[in-house]
Design a protein around this ligand. Structure first.
Ligand SMILES: Nc1ncnc2c1ncn2[C@@H]1O[C@H](COP(=O)(O)OP(=O)(O)OP(=O)(O)O)[C@@H](O)[C@H]1O
Ligand SMILES: [Mg+2]
Length: 336
């Protein structure tokens, strides 16, 4: 926390986005992914660092973590020892190759240490470029270690994967995300309610970058105070009460009223039909429905979510949803 405050003070003159302003730079500031950090540090301290492949969803700290580890390990000598490249650089693999070549062959100040090449966004490289990278890694492996970073390990060719030790970055836990959001809010002098923090954490889905970006846009919208109204307005997270009304409307109201309820929720939240269905799916389990009715509703919601990906026409899918619920009502009334 002190570190965050200190950073804020140092950077107060710069209009940095908060995700950069509060990007951890040292190991002590990192939250989450502890097992990854500990294992890599152990390998580093035993001088057994293999090539690394860090992968996982966006905003889970891959770039930040390897940056902090490199800073910890090389200290002030980081500049000559670490090369950071974006592997999906539009200039292509030839540029990557020549930059690595001149970096790896330049004079090593601390001859006992490995140099480190960080290649971010490797999953955007073409297959050909990845094959070329395999050769590059082999060529410089004696004095250089490579850290590949990707969102999807499956997009990295097996030949590259097998040369690396793989570490998966999981989405941030709600607890860790909440702690970080609260710390940034405090450092910015924001007053934020517990409920508003919970909505931000929920909307971020384990992505710290998304969480902090939402917090910053809320703070810009009403400086100094972030409450439930502000967050609902900006997060596309519907109010539970709105969704309960919508669900009960689906189960009981005549069709015109039902359609109106849908359009009200869409306008208030800015959510598309898919987003609404996801929230409805979670609510279904809190309703008093018979087992068969519940399984019907869950299956219907899943089918329509699926259909939306094939035929992304909301009107058609909404009609299909409404008809399914009318059918459910029919089935229940015939049973009674
Ligand atoms: N361990 C952490 N503790 C607190 N905040 C973090 C941590 N890791 C990342 N962040 C925050 O999340 C933001 C995104 O992190 P980072 O760029 O490392 O994600 P990434 O996993 O590399 O994402 P992408 O796959 O999109 O490149 C950072 O700017 C920082 O503000
Ligand atoms: Mg990254």
């Amino acid at each position: 926390m002190l570190l965050l405050k200190e950073r804020q003070r140092l950077m107060s003159n710069y209009a940095l986005p908060w995700i950069e302003k509060y990007r951890p730079t040292s190991l002590s500031e990192l939250s989450e992914q502890n097992h990854v950090i500990e294992t890599i540090l152990r390998l580093v301290s035993k001088r057994q660092l293999p090539h690394l492949l860090l992968y996982g969803p966006p905003g889970t700290g891959k770039t930040t973590t390897i940056g902090a580890i490199a800073r910890f390990y090389y200290g002030e000598n980081i500049r000559p020892m670490v090369l950071e490249l974006n592997a999906s650089d539009e200039r292509g693999i030839d540029v990557v190759r020549s930059e690595i070549q001149s970096f790896a062959s330049s004079r090593r100040l601390f001859s006992a240490e490995y140099k480190l090449v960080i290649l971010d966004e490797c999953d955007n490289m073409t297959k050909e470029a990845q094959f070329a990278l395999r050769r590059i890694i082999e060529k410089y492996t004696q004095h250089t270690r490579f850290c590949l970073i990707a969102n999807y390990a499956s997009k990295i060719i097996p030949a590259l994967q097998s040369r690396c030790m793989k570490f998966r970055f999981a989405p941030f836990s709600s607890v860790a995300l909440r702690k970080h959001v609260e710390a940034v809010a405090k450092a910015e002098g924001l007053s934020i309610s517990d409920e508003a923090t919970s909505i931000i954490v929920e909307a971020a889905c384990g992505d710290v970058r998304r969480g902090i970006n939402i917090l910053q846009s809320c703070a810009l919208s009403t400086p100094g105070l972030v409450d439930l109204d502000v967050v609902h307005g900006l997060c596309s997270v519907p109010r539970k009460s709105d969704m309960e009304t919508l669900l009960s409307s689906l189960l009981t109201d005549p069709v015109p009223k039902l359609m109106e309820a849908f359009s009200t929720v869409k306008t208030r939240t800015g959510l598309d039909l898919g987003g609404i269905l996801t929230t409805l799916g979670e609510l279904v389990f809190t309703l008093h429905l018979t087992a068969s009715a519940r399984s019907f509703v869950v299956k219907t919601l899943a089918d329509i979510q699926n259909a939306l990906t094939c035929v992304p026409q909301e009107k058609i899918q909404l009609r299909s949803l409404v008809s399914s619920f009318l059918l459910l009502r029919d089935m229940s009334s015939t049973k009674n």
